[in-house]
Design a protein around this ligand. Structure first.
Ligand code: AMP
Length: 178
């Protein structure tokens, strides 16, 4: 059983197409009997992915900071809850547990998670990459900036050592081979 870490929006104010794509990714995880590892809140795209994973027959692990538990926003869908003291611990556990890490569209929390993974990889803590799920070019602007930083010599390694880009479920399957 493969564990797939997903970073994505806690907001629910976005266009419904983001929810449709998030549900497709969740279904892709669940129908192969794989497990979602994520932030565990019953919010936005996070809850949408978790619901789709469960409906398709997969399992869901939430890595949940105590503060979130106190606020009662923990999803009822979790098969397993891993409590953490703070957000930093949570990110480390998410990376450690996950065989693959996928970033769906999100806000600053998602960006924080993406760069936590990449910054740790860049100094040799692990060799996991983040797959940017680039629905409708959501990550194009970020990729352009990263490319510019690389061209100006600010990256120690090629961008492809840190990031992979998937524009569709088919490309997720090609990249992960699952
Ligand atoms: P954002 O992209 O700012 O909406 O933040 C979502 C990401 O940060 C998710 O991948 C979560 O792991 C984490 N996160 C942010 N806010 C929350 C919250 N209230 N509950 C759980 N996780 C959150």
């Amino acid at each position: 059983m493969i564990k797939i870490g997903v970073f994505c929006a806690a907001s629910d104010k976005m266009d419904s197409s983001y929810f449709e794509h998030a549900a497709q990714v969740g279904q892709w995880i669940g129908e192969k009997g794989n497990t979602l590892v994520y932030g565990g809140a019953d919010l936005g795209l996070m809850e949408c992915v978790a619901q789709a994973v469960k409906s398709a027959g997969g399992k869901v692990i939430g890595v949940v900071p105590t503060k979130l538990e106190e606020k009662g926003r923990v999803s009822h869908l979790l098969d397993k809850t891993i409590p953490t003291c703070n957000l930093s611990d949570r990110k480390d556990i998410l990376v450690e547990l996950s065989d693959y890490l996928i970033a769906l569209p999100g806000g600053v929390g998602t960006l924080d998670e993406i760069f936590h993974v990449v910054a740790a990889a860049s100094i040799g803590y692990h060799s996991k990459k983040v797959i940017l799920y680039n629905q409708n070019g959501f990550y194009d602007t970020l990729l352009k900036m990263l490319d510019e930083m690389a061209q100006k010599g600010f990256m120690r390694h090629n961008l492809s050592s840190y990031f992979l880009v998937a524009n569709s479920i088919e490309q997720l399957t090609e990249i992960t081979r699952i």
